[in-house]
Design a protein around this ligand. Structure first.
Ligand code: AMP
Length: 181
């Protein structure tokens, strides 16, 4: 029987209740990454809409966005930009504060990672409140990037992240959605 992409991805994602704290259902993509067919299908689906368009760079959010973004960049013949937690990048950076569930953190990108006008796709494994992705959008736009889309394997629509990015005029693409937190 032919398995749909949706079923392939959903069954490859591991659900861990009450991690990292009570009430959170952690959506673990390490099982998806370890499943050659599911990993390939996820990457194929993420890059598919942009076949034939010139994308200069994929920007991945530490750490799971690096894995997905590296594979996407290779397939699209694009460059890769790491967006990292503060203090990890060795050269001159731009920094932005972003909201977490409790409090703030900061993320950074190298100042010379993107040139004005370059077309960039942002990627992470999952969008929840959208605070992390919003911070990444601010960094990229500050350096003049044109954000073509933000892509995620998993959407948690009840947390409103997609709506937050769309309000910033960032087209959002997600592959599967789960209810709840
Ligand atoms: P947010 O900034 O609220 O959109 O949170 C997104 C970031 O937190 C991503 O980097 C996700 O990897 C991580 N994250 C948030 N909620 C979950 C969850 N339920 N399962 C796995 N990762 C999560």
């Amino acid at each position: 029987m032919h398995t749909t992409l949706h079923d392939t991805l959903v069954s490859a994602i591991r659900n861990i209740p009450d991690y990292p704290k009570p009430g959170i259902m952690f959506r673990d993509i390490t099982t998806l990454l370890g499943d050659a067919r599911a990993f390939r299908r996820a990457i194929d689906e993420l890059v598919h809409p942009y076949a034939g368009s010139k994308i200069d760079k994929i920007a991945g959010i530490e750490a799971r966005g690096f894995i997905l973004g590296g594979a996407m960049a290779h397939q699209m013949s694009a460059g890769f930009i790491p967006i990292r937690k503060k203090g990890k990048l060795p050269h001159e950076t731009v920094r932005v504060a972003y909201s977490l569930e409790y409090g703030l953190d900061e993320m950074e990108m190298h100042k010379d990672a993107v040139a004005p006008g370059e077309k960039v796709i942002l990627v992470d494994d999952l969008i929840a409140t959208g605070g992390t992705a919003e911070g990444a959008v601010k960094l990229l736009r500050q350096m003049g990037a044109e954000i073509v889309a933000a892509c995620f394997v998993i959407d948690l629509p009840e947390l409103g992240g997609r709506a937050k990015l769309e309000a910033l005029d960032v087209p959002v693409r997600t592959l599967v959605a789960f209810e709840g937190h």
